[in-house]
Design a protein. Structure first.
Ligand code: HSE
Length: 319
């Protein structure tokens, strides 16, 4: 095999109370990478579609390129890789756009090289790419993007990444407002010190959420899905956030918060039907803002990246 096409999914990082520690993968949207093995050494971005020419074409500045360069160096690989990137998800959306590109490129390249590494072994290269994109090597997008499902980053040093059990019928609604928030900016506005009493509430909620997911205790998931530290600050960047969240909860979502660093907003529900109903309510609430939006509805993606058949095109908003 000399060439391969891989899809890697969007991810919801933080999941309310797990800042930089918890994330999960969804089925759509996501990015597509076509990678081709070459006798010419080095990593090249041969083209990018869907980015309105905004992403760097130099491999050492592009997350897909940075990740694959680190992988090739680690493997001491003499051959090269040509990467064609199809951005099928919005930039600056809070849905792990940079992570989807690096994960797709890593998975594709590893496959072309005969699969020398396990997925979790590629994580440090994807984290390096995150750091190049926004200055922080957080793993709560790249880890679920690579491994699928819900993933807890219990420790960054040493890296300790845990796949968390979750109920089969758990579904996610995403409202992506048509505005852009750069992760770097959304991190810069955060308070660097937090009150001990707030920290206690936050880590208790995270523990409750992990327990609730493992036991399929939806009441517990619902009670725990709160972010009292970051959401109050970051939600100021999202027009109509309180209305969107209120509409999601009123229509029966288990909970609702900011996806990653925003501006997308996610809600969890107990079925696809409920998640669609929640999506309609969120869209309706956001329409008052006179801004466009997309809604994605998805079960949890337990797989992460996958090889596409030649004519498969997996990405379209629900409504
Ligand atoms: N945990 C990161 C943040 C995710 O909230 O800044 C960025 O997508």
């Amino acid at each position: 095999m000399n060439s391969i096409r891989v899809f890697a999914p969007a991810t919801v990082a933080n999941v309310a109370c797990g800042f930089d520690s918890l994330g999960f993968a969804i089925h759509q949207p996501g990015d597509i990478v076509e990678a081709t093995l070459s006798k010419t050494p080095g990593v090249r971005i041969t083209g990018i579609t869907g980015d309105e020419k905004r992403l760097p074409r130099e491999a050492e500045k592009n997350t897909a390129g940075v990740a694959v360069m680190a992988l090739m160096e680690h493997l001491d690989e003499a051959r090269g890789v040509d990467i064609m990137l199809h951005k099928r998800m919005p930039l600056g959306s809070g849905l792990g756009s940079s992570a989807a590109s690096s994960v797709a490129a890593l998975y594709a390249t590893n496959q072309l090289l005969g699969g020398p590494l396990q997925k979790h072994e590629m994580l440090p290269f994807a984290m390096k790419a995150e750091a190049s994109a926004c200055g922080s090597p957080h793993a709560d997008n790249v880890a679920p993007g690579l491994l699928g499902g819900f993933v807890l980053i219990r420790s960054y040093d040493p890296l300790d990444v845990i796949s968390i059990d979750y109920p089969d019928n758990l579904c996610c609604t995403i409202l992506h407002p048509h505005i852009e928030v750069r992760t770097e900016d959304s991190r810069r506005i955060l308070r660097k010190h937090i009150k001990l009493s707030d920290a206690v509430i936050q880590w208790s909620n995270l523990a409750g959420l992990i327990a609730g997911l493992g036991k399929a205790d939806f009441e517990l998931i619902s009670r725990s899905l709160n972010d009292i530290i970051f959401e109050p600050v970051r939600s100021l960047l999202i027009p109509g956030f309180d209305k969107i969240k209120g509409a999601a909860i009123a229509s029966g979502a288990l909970g609702c918060s900011i996806s990653g660093s925003g501006p997308s907003v996610f809600a969890l529900s107990t079925s696809m039907d409920k998640a669609r109903e929640v999506g309609l309510a969120m869209k309706q609430a956001f329409s008052e803002m006179q801004l466009g939006s997309d809604i994605y509805v998805s079960a949890i993606n337990s797989i992460g990246p996958r090889i596409l058949t030649p004519d498969e095109d997996p990405v379209a908003p629900e409504f």
